[in-house]
Design a protein around this ligand. Structure first.
Ligand SMILES: Nc1ncnc2c1ncn2[C@@H]1O[C@H](COP(=O)(O)OP(=O)(O)O)[C@@H](O)[C@H]1O
Ligand SMILES: [Mg+2]
Length: 324
């Protein structure tokens, strides 16, 4: 593949990655004066029979449209081209220069609470837009988030739906079945593993990233409660209960108990920040308790007989008038 020119224009220069779903390459756009770098994703359908190809083509067109729309966001790579060559499918997108979060969040690396809250907010701000467009990303994880060199902003890459081109199997009636769930173990909630992803499945992945960056533990090493299926992680470190609760709500094993989409989760994370300014309010609650106790003692003193009043006075070493 290296050295090959696709669509008479994109010359492949190196291999970036790949797996069961397809391969990703770095390429040069030979039709631009600066030979700008771009990324080419190569997707191969499972089989080459006409029905599978037809279904793959339909899916490819739909997903290219979605990626094109999503590319309007500054923190999502633009789709530059999409084409079919020799019954295989290609997507060309902007190359984002920078470091992926998997290079930053290495095992054992821990971020502070404030850093984690900022990171969650950055991811959720992009996800709010994606979900608003009705799209589930399906593969949120550190290697799919690039910290752009140019401006330090996060960029979300590698939308999962398009990978179905390589996983769908078409039956004799021409209906597509997805036999392999798109996603990554550790970041993928159970409903997604069963092939039924929802917007809240992305929230689970974001929550797992939050827990990973707080604890330094990689997601597959986090134990689950065998009764409830909930992830056990709160015992690993002491953090503010409010951040703990927000993360717990993101990673609930059942999707109905999570924040339902990017904007709900974003609101909860932002409230953690504004909540800090209201921390002094908790003093009131403590003052309330002290005040109530004082009031109770005063009532007892008032109602007591002169003898018991004297005894109370001796006990607390204070002077109390024998008669009121
Ligand atoms: N638009 C892009 N800009 C820069 N690097 C990219 C881009 N798209 C992919 N990469 C790099 O290539 C790797 C693999 O591509 P990706 O789209 O994540 O496919 P997959 O994870 O399915 O192999 C990424 O982890 C990233 O390092
Ligand atoms: Mg990837």
């Amino acid at each position: 593949m290296i050295g090959q020119t696709l669509a008479g224009r994109y010359q492949i220069t190196s291999h970036l990655g790949g797996g069961a779903f397809g391969q990703t390459y770095l390429a040069e756009d030979t039709q631009l004066p600066d030979k700008n770098q771009c990324v080419v994703k190569h997707l191969k359908p499972q089989a080459s029979d006409p029905l599978t190809l037809q279904a793959a083509r339909r899916l490819f067109e739909t997903e290219a449209q979605v990626l094109n729309r999503l590319g309007n966001h500054d923190q999502i790579p633009r789709l530059l081209a999409h084409f079919e060559e020799n019954q295989e499918f290609y997507l060309v997108q902007d190359f984002i220069e920078g470091e992926s979060l998997s290079q930053i969040l290495t095992p054992g690396k821990r971020l502070s609470e404030a850093e984690v809250i900022n990171l969650l907010q950055e991811i959720l701000e992009i996800l709010e837009f994606v979900h608003h467009e009705g799209v589930i990303h399906r593969d949120i994880k550190p290697s799919n988030l690039i910290r752009r060199k140019q401006d330090g902003k996060l960029v979300l890459i590698d939308f999962g739906a398009v990978k179905q081109i390589s996983t769908q199997v078409v039956n004799a009636q021409g209906q597509a079945n997805f036999t392999i769930a798109v996603g990554t173990e550790g970041y993928m909630p159970s409903e997604q593993a069963k092939g039924k992803p929802r917007l809240a499945s992305d929230i689970y992945a974001v929550g797992i990233m939050g827990i990973q960056s707080l604890t330094g533990i990689s997601p597959r090493e986090l134990p689950e409660d065998s009764q409830t299926g909930e992830i056990i992680w709160r015992d690993r470190l002491r953090i503010s209960p409010r951040l703990g609760k927000v993360l717990d709500t993101m990673v609930r094993s059942h999707f109905s108990r999570r924040y339902q989409n990017g904007s709900e989760a974003l609101q909860a994370v932002k409230a953690l920040k504004s909540g800090n300014n209201l921390a002094w309010l908790s003093i009131f609650r403590r003052v309330d308790v002290i005040g109530l106790l004082g009031l109770l003692i005063a009532v007892i003193i008032l109602l007591a007989t002169p003898e018991t009043r004297q005894e109370i006075g001796q006990f607390f070493k204070i002077w109390l008038p024998p008669e009121l």
